[in-house]
Design a protein around this ligand. Structure first.
Ligand code: FPP
Length: 268
């Protein structure tokens, strides 16, 4: 008998009930609410174009959607949210758009950090900082230090990040330290080593690819693709993705039989 995963109704219920009040998940490798959600926030440009607005207007609206996603993740008991805000490849966009995204990051650092901290969010900015301005680099470090004590949600804003960069920088560091390159040593040297692998990766905007996001970390991540453009992303869209996740059977290379809970411990 296939493990019957509790779907959306259970996800919704968990929005109001602390995790400890949920019935135990004996052997299931798919807990109701994913611990770590990653998002490729795609579709800002198309959202703006559909409204005859400059692309940057879509990115600005994207910050509002990110604010909503943070709130909804906290309410649903997600522990880690990792978002792709600027990829290693985004430098090849028009200069004005790149400058606008840098400004947006500076804006977020100025205006959002205190509010996020009040909500219990611990910030990290995984990515290559060598190409960023001194002002931004200082802002990133200050935001990480100011929120380091928070425990409700870890928010990783990947900026100038690429999965290939991450694997290469980890390998370079290990070589520089004279350490052997193994799965374990690489794993603990990646830019996301402070959190476990994502359980669920959502990509909005209708494209079905990873685009150099968490290449190392997403080996066993469940993927959900949504046609919703990122600025339109809201709690209902998150719930749809969480509902799809809750229906999945995660096997991590094992057989379906191995990951089934003992008889009598399935959800009704
Ligand atoms: C991809 O959509 C989106 C980005 C490259 C930028 C994402 C940034 C945000 C959501 C704002 C948050 C930013 C910070 C600094 C916290 P796209 O532009 O490729 O959309 P398109 O595919 O419709 O053209």
């Amino acid at each position: 008998m296939r493990l019957r995963q509790p779907a959306l109704s259970r996800v919704r219920q968990s929005a109001h009930a602390p995790m400890t009040q949920l019935p135990p998940f004996p052997d299931s490798l798919t807990p109701v609410v994913p611990r770590h959600v990653a998002i490729v926030m795609d579709g800002n440009g198309r959202w703006a174009r559909g409204r005859h607005l400059p692309r940057l207007a879509g990115h600005k609206q994207g910050v509002d959607a990110l604010r909503r996603a943070v709130k909804a993740c906290i309410e649903r008991g997600v522990s880690v949210l990792t978002v792709f805000a600027f990829s290693s490849e985004n430098w090849s966009r028009p200069t004005t758009e790149v400058a606008g995204l840098m400004e947006l990051l500076a804006f977020v650092l100025r205006h959002e950090v205190a509010k996020l901290s009040d909500a219990g969010v611990r910030l990290h900015f995984p990515g290559d900082r060598s190409a960023l301005s001194q002002r931004v680099v200082q802002g990133l470090a200050a935001a990480e230090a100011a929120t380091a004590h928070n425990r409700r949600l870890v928010l990783n804003v990947c900026f100038n990040y690429g999965g290939r960069w991450d694997i290469a920088q980890a390998a370079r560091r290990l070589v520089a330290e004279g350490r052997e390159i193994t799965e374990e040593s690489l794993n603990e040297t990646t830019a996301l080593a402070h959190v476990g692998d994502p359980d669920l990766l959502i990509r909005t905007g209708g494209e079905m690819r990873i685009s150099n996001f968490l290449l190392w970390q997403s080996a066993y991540t469940e993927l959900v693709f949504s046609a919703c453009l990122w600025p339109d992303f809201d709690a209902a869209e998150l719930d749809r993705a969480l509902g799809a996740y809750a229906e999945r059977e995660r096997r991590f290379g094992q057989t379906g039989e191995q990951v089934k809970p003992p008889v009598g411990q399935q959800y009704a």
